[in-house]
Ligand binder design. Structure first.
Ligand code: HEC
Length: 179
């Protein structure tokens, strides 16, 4: 009871081998061609790393986020204003009255002190007095900056001191004392 259809679908061993090879080869050939295509496209897009523009672009891409700026220690220093110094340093105590510091804009706190005069107040601010640390604890402040901060605070409490301009006469003496 042989089925004629079965006979027709029956493949010879050669046919089996050929069909297996063909089935493997076709996709392999396709993959090979695709890879060749990609490689050739890639090759055409290869960046010209030797050109100056390309190197600049590469450097720009790998530029670090932070940049170090060389500061010239001898460059003229920009003196802060009295308010800037106050807000950076003095406010720690003179804002709240900590340790008994005379508060900004408090005439009662400053009243008696203003009577000592501008020079004495500045001297006390630079050298320190009792709980008041020299230069408010910031040794980097110049005499002028301290004096400006004193003026800022004193004037806020009713004094009318003139804000000192750059380079106080006392500055060179202070420099000598440091050495
Ligand atoms: C750590 C706290 C603190 C900081 C910071 C501080 N002061 Fe004072 N300051 C005081 C205290 C406390 C007094 C009161 C001292 C006393 O008379 O016993 C005072 C007093 C003063 C006086 C009055 C001195 C006098 O003869 O009556 C001046 C002026 C002054 N400070 C300026 C400054 C300036 C300018 C700064 C910022 C550069 C500053 N202080 C930062 C605590 C501080």
């Amino acid at each position: 009871m042989a089925d004629p259809h079965a006979k027709m679908t029956q493949a010879t061993p050669q046919e089996v081998i050929i069909s297996i090879l063909a089935g493997l080869l076709a996709p392999l050939l396709a993959i090979f061609l695709v890879v060749q295509l990609v490689l050739s496209i890639q090759h055409r897009h290869q960046p010209d790393v030797s050109s100056e523009a390309a190197q600049k672009a590469a450097l720009a891409r790998i530029k670090p986020f932070g940049q170090l700026v060389a500061l010239d220690a001898n460059a003229p220093r920009v003196e802060k204003s009295g308010q800037e110094v106050y807000e950076a340093v003095c406010i720690a105590c003179h804002g709240s009255g900590a340790l008994g510091a005379p508060k900004l804009e408090n005439k009662g706190d400053w009243g008696g002190r203003l009577g000592q005069g501008y020079d004495t107040l500045v001297k006390h601010a630079i050298e320190g007095i009792r709980m008041m640390p020299p230069r408010g604890g910031d040794g980097d402040l110049s005499d002028v900056e301290v004096a400006r901060a004193v003026t800022y605070m004193a004037n806020s409490a009713g004094a009318s001191f003139k804000t000192p301009e750059a380079a106080a006469p006392a500055a060179p003496a202070a420099e000598d004392a440091k050495q």
